[in-house]
Design a protein around this ligand. Sequence first.
Ligand SMILES: [Fe+2]
Ligand SMILES: [Fe+2]
Length: 333
Amino acid sequence: MFAVNLHFNLFDFMGEKDFEKIFQEKIDNEIKIEPRDWMPEKYRQNLIRQVSQHAHSEIVGMLPEGNWITRAPSLKRKAILLAKVQDEAGHGLYLYSATETLGTTRERTINDLHSGKAKYSSIFNYPTLTWADIGAIGWLVDGAAILNQVMLTRTSYGPYARAMVRICREESFHQRQGFEILLVLSKGTTEQKEMCQDAINRWWWPSLMMFGPHDSDSTHSDQSMKWKIKRKSNDELRQNFVDMIAEQVKVLGMSLPDPDLKWNNKTKHYDFGEINWEEFWNVVKGNGPCNRQRLDARKKAWEEGEWVREAAAAYSEKRKIKPKTHKEALETV
Ligand SMILES: [Fe+2]
Ligand SMILES: [Fe+2]
């Protein structure tokens, strides 16, 4: 006699195609994909690339602004800027954690940044020359980031979407503080007004580039829309941004450096000039004004922080061996 094992698992009879069908159905029904769920390898890799790139942008983005913490014009400004830069550090950490839920390690993610394999937002490769730049970054750079991030609160991957909800709350404060810096300068002396306009002139075009290439030239866009990682296209988000900023700049009594910027009554949107894509690709490839400086600063911080990581790891090992509380200690006797 031999026993027949009739116990089987439905999953044993399912192929890649079935899993993919269930996965896409979840997405179509607005059910979030969680770390332990089956997902196509390309979806996982696409997210690792996007979320880690986002994390790197938050961390590298601390550098141009951090540069002004010691030179902020008043104690109040310094406190606000410190809080803002610390928020960005927090955003980076949530996002590195979200990247780890996709099956990669923090070390690998950081190594990819340092080796130049992973990218971060090119906007942070531009220098901050005056105090007005801190205003322009908050207003324009955080303003552009918000549009992208509000969309991402509904992205299909659960941990990424949830991180974005927290991040967006802080981003609105970032944009407001930036706008307020410029508002004060716009009502100041002739020199302050000029400083304000100069910062807007220098940050406007790089901010438009933050949305990425035109939809027709964007390699990852179509698939990301199908998987609901993205819900709005690069050009759609960029248009939303132009429409918003073209109105806000009027409150400042300043102008945007684009002779083609004009309200279009037919489309009910602002028309605007063409972006210098040569400049964009040049900065992406590592040849922007501060690419080298930014990466060197990150590598230095990583090396100098090694003892902190070692101490934290040693402490956590020690906690595993030693009972945690007095009560636990008594119980183990
Ligand atoms: Fe941020
Ligand atoms: Fe921000």
